[in-house]
Design a protein around this ligand. Structure first.
Ligand SMILES: [Zn+2]
Length: 363
């Protein structure tokens, strides 16, 4: 089972996270944010399973509210049907996000290796020099309340134009076909921040660069609720960290994610051996199988699998990302003078979601 998963979802390393973080020049010490280029592209491979499952889109009665985010897409080579299907994924994410600044996506329709469905990555990261945590640009721009790279894409996504029997509709996927909107939703999820920096190199587990983790990493814990960033338990790099990453017992322990999961931490995918590009940065396939409300961000997708909703855990994870600055004491305080407020974390209070609604992805 594990072996099959690894075959179906692998990472194609354009540049490893460690190398790209190390390669960029240091920003001025006075800046609150330091820019870093995007790193690796995660490629989702076709699963040979055939299922007939359906997860409905957010509905007006339950989750859908007025759009509070704008996602703009620059399409390259897309046939009209694929573009319409991608736009449906965009519409779903827009209905769930709270994001003051537009998020830009570059979507490329191109021939990818046989069996590959698509891939995506954040096009850049920004390190908050106070918290020493790196954020994907789609989130970082919301937190700093300005566009640090005007005109440039925040997310890059590519989809296979060859050899995949796509279903572009908005209903149940017919047998033998792959739902394009579902794959687009999944890949946009990675681009928006469902991504980690953990890896195993020459047997040694490690994370980040220069002691700077990604925001997702900050919430990853083991079975005893110990953060994998705890140096005393998991030196970076170390064999202990390798063991932890391969333990099949990793969880996302943010308060919003827990609240979306009946009070429990969300189970992450952590097989042995470690799978570059799949481990950690997905929810567990067995705990959240096709048809489960939280199955969108699991490591494999199957023919006939139909999912039009990121699910409450993923939305909780993104809310935890956005809320971390505030919980660390650096967040938005409405009564403070603007001049005394850290520029990096100004968030308009009016953009906070109404009580009782779904958790915001970005705020
Ligand atoms: Zn994925």
């Amino acid at each position: 089972m594990r072996q099959r998963r690894r075959c179906f979802h692998v990472l194609v390393v354009v540049m490893c996270v460690l190398s790209f973080l190390a390669a960029v020049p240091q920003a001025r010490a006075t800046e609150a944010w330091e820019g870093k280029p995007g790193g690796s592209l995660t490629m989702l491979y076709a699963d040979d399973r055939e299922v007939q499952t359906y997860v409905a889109p957010p509905t007006q009665a339950t989750e859908l509210r007025a759009q509070a985010a704008t996602i703009t897409v620059a399409y390259e080579g897309f046939p009209p049907a694929a573009q319409a299907s991608f736009q449906y994924a965009v519409q779903i994410w827009q209905s769930l996000l709270v994001a003051p600044l537009p998020i830009r996506v570059q979507a490329v329709w191109t021939e990818l290796p046989t069996g590959v469905l698509g891939g995506a990555r954040p096009e850049g990261f920004y390190v908050n020099t106070i918290t020493k945590i790196s954020y994907p640009v789609a989130l970082a721009k919301q937190l700093m309340n300005r566009d640090p790279s005007p005109g440039e894409a925040d997310i890059m996504a590519a989809f296979n134009s060859s050899g995949v029997t796509w279903y572009y509709g908005t209903g149940q996927t017919p047998p033998g076909q792959f739902n394009f909107t579902t794959v687009a939703l999944h890949e946009l999820g990675h681009g928006l921040g469902f991504t980690d920096s953990f890896g195993v190199t020459s047997g040694l587990g490690g994370w980040g660069s220069g002691g700077v983790p990604l925001i997702f990493d900050r919430f990853v814990v083991d079975a005893s609720n110990t953060s994998l960033l705890t140096a005393a338990r998991y030196p970076n790099p170390s064999i202990a960290l390798t063991t932890g990453l391969q333990s099949d017992q990793l969880f996302f322990n943010g308060p919003k994610a827990r609240a979306a999961n009946a009070g429990k931490s969300a189970r992450l995918y952590a097989p042995n051996p470690f799978e570059e590009g799949s481990s950690v940065s997905h929810l567990d396939e067995e705990v959240y199988p096709p048809g489960d409300p939280n199955s969108l961000m699991t490591p494999v997708g199957a023919r006939g699998e139909t999912n039009y909703n990121p699910g409450p855990i993923t939305l909780g994870i993104f809310a935890d990302h956005a809320g971390h600055l505030r919980r660390s004491g650096l967040g938005h305080r409405r009564r403070r003078p603007a001049a005394a407020r850290p520029a990096a974390v100004r968030v308009p209070a009016a953009l906070r979601p109404p009580a009782g609604r779904c958790q915001p992805l970005l705020q």
